[in-house]
Design a protein around this ligand. Structure first.
Ligand SMILES: C[S@@+](CC[C@H](N)C(=O)[O-])C[C@H]1O[C@@H](n2cnc3c(N)ncnc32)[C@H](O)[C@@H]1O
Length: 486
């Protein structure tokens, strides 16, 4: 019965706006977390009420007029007749399991008995409700909820530290998949090479990699496309003397991506201040065999940019607001249970998008202030040339406003740092941030994700000058100009 109480408590705290779905799920005891998470998500699919209209949210897709479970409970008079069921959310999760789940998974206590006494009536009211809503199956009731989740491809990033994309393509073809030019989500055995991110493959949305040996041994990393942008945009150098920082590293998807882009060379300092997440980060980096990564359990803000170890740093990535990443298991690849949890969390991610609309301004402002501090701190590293700041937030407060404030900061002026020109930030990606939020718009927004890239002007100009001098182009330019003038 415990996990019903825990799930109900999370729903109570969500109602009371005492935390985010992600945060509250994370606070659950490990023992029941998977079961409770499943119950919470499935119940929410039927029951999220819009704060103003009272309509029910079916993920962030559609608002339907009436909740499913509350309607059935009200019609069956369950709570009116059973005093023990004084908690609405506890009743919701129990009735969810009775009608849509596997039946109530608990010993015979008084609360379970109270619900079961009304089993026939609850089923009857549930059937009536389906007829009223014109659906013939339980799945149809919540089906639309999953439409969006099911339309997002399953992305697999090839870990080039261990494998090549060419080999991966042959491997997946040998496992019965077909490489196509475009992804057709109804073709479950097709995959494509992503047009924007190198070494990223996109499969049909529900493709399972639970048993895939390449996933299990770290050659293939399941990583959402949006979370591949930051490392790709940071574009770290792949030389033995490269020194790069991932300022907010756990669980380590972006760190392992950076490591692969660096050809596993040089030094990649990966900071993670949270002890528990630091362990996950270490596991992830081991599995992905990131030999150049140096995980450090410390707060990036406490690191002295003048420390001899960090003085040579040229590239810094900081991704802060990925509100779910730290929950998605990546370190322990052998657990299929964890993968299922990660799928559920994918659903939470979509729910979170709407939840984020309700983040109080005060909290947003606090987050934004902290994020700004991280960028300003990154700008203090004497040799840093390129800083990527990313969030999975949909709020300009945490995105464009932070970038604008960072550009106006003393650190940016001292750099000086400017936003990288479009041709350095995935030119083929047409969607950019919110132009009205910037003085001159150049943020890079993607589907609930935001990536921006600062570059140091002088260093870049100097580098271009030195590069062009080295290949002789600097000298050829004036000659050309002279010829034109003639
Ligand atoms: C959104 S997650 C990062 C996701 C990660 N970049 C990835 O793609 O796998 C943010 C992480 O940064 C950590 N973090 C936040 N602020 C930090 C700081 N000042 N120093 C070090 N770690 C920090 C958090 O504990 C959390 O684990």
């Amino acid at each position: 019965m415990n996990f019903y109480f825990e799930a109900a408590q999370v729903l109570d705290r969500l109602d009371a706006k005492q935390g985010s779905i992600k945060g509250l799920i994370a606070s659950l005891a490990e023992k029941n977390r998977k079961r409770s998470t499943a119950l919470i998500i499935e119940t929410l699919k039927c029951e999220v009420l819009h704060p103003h209209t009272g309509k029910v949210l079916v993920l962030n897709l559609v608002w339907v007029d009436k909740p499913v479970l509350s309607d059935v409970i009200a019609a069956s008079k369950l709570t009116k007749e059973e005093r023990k069921l004084s908690s609405h959310n506890l009743t919701l999760v129990l009735v969810y399991d009775l009608l849509l789940g596997k039946g109530i998974q608990a010993g015979d206590g008084p609360i379970k008995q109270a619900v079961l006494r009304h089993k026939t009536r609850l089923h009857g009211e549930f059937q009536k409700l389906k007829i009223k809503r014109g659906v013939t199956s339980n799945a149809q009731l919540v089906q639309r909820a999953d439409e969006r989740a099911e339309s997002i491809p399953r992305y697999v990033r090839i870990n080039t530290s261990l494998w090549t994309t060419d080999k991966a393509v042959l491997y997946y073809v040998s496992r019965g998949f077909t490489l196509n030019d475009t992804l057709n989500s109804s073709d479950h055995k097709a995959f494509v090479k992503d047009p924007h991110i190198p070494d990223l493959l996109a499969f049909a949305p529900l493709t399972s990699f639970v048993e895939d040996p390449a996933y299990l041994d770290g050659r293939a990393i399941i990583q959402d496309k949006a979370s591949c942008f930051p490392a790709f945009v940071l574009n770290p150098p792949a030389t033995e003397d490269s020194v790069v920082i991932d300022a907010t590293a756990a669980p380590g998807n972006k760190t392992s991506h950076l490591s692969a882009l660096m050809g596993n060379k040089g030094k990649l300092y990966a900071f993670e201040r949270d002890k528990r997440r630091f362990l996950t980060l270490q596991k992830m980096l081991n599995t992905a065999q990131c030999r150049n990564a140096i995980p450090i359990n410390a707060d990036f803000l406490t690191i002295d940019p003048e420390d001899n170890k960090f003085r040579p740093v040229t590239h810094i990535g900081s991704g802060i607001v990925n509100r779910l990443d730290h929950l998605i298991p990546t370190g322990t690849r052998k657990s299929t249970d964890k993968l299922e949890t990660s799928r559920l969390l994918h659903t939470v991610l979509i729910l979170t998008a709407i939840e984020e609309e309700d983040i109080p301004n005060e909290r947003l402002a606090k987050l934004a202030t902290f994020q700004l501090k991280m960028i300003q701190h990154a700008m203090k590293f004497p040799n840093v040339e390129r800083i990527v700041y990313s969030t999975c937030s949909i709020h300009a407060t945490e995105n464009e406003h932070v970038v604008r404030a960072a550009l106006d900061s003393d650190e940016a002026k001292a750099g000086p740092f400017v936003l990288a020109p479009r041709n350095e930030v995935i030119p083929s990606w047409s969607r950019r941030g919110l132009p009205e939020e910037m003085k001159s718009a150049d943020g890079d927004g993607t589907n609930g994700f935001f990536v921006s890239c600062f570059i140091r002007v002088q260093k870049m100009a100097l580098k271009r000058k030195l590069d062009s001098e080295a290949d002789g182009t600097e000298r050829s330019k004036p000659r050309k100009r002279k010829r034109k003038r003639k």
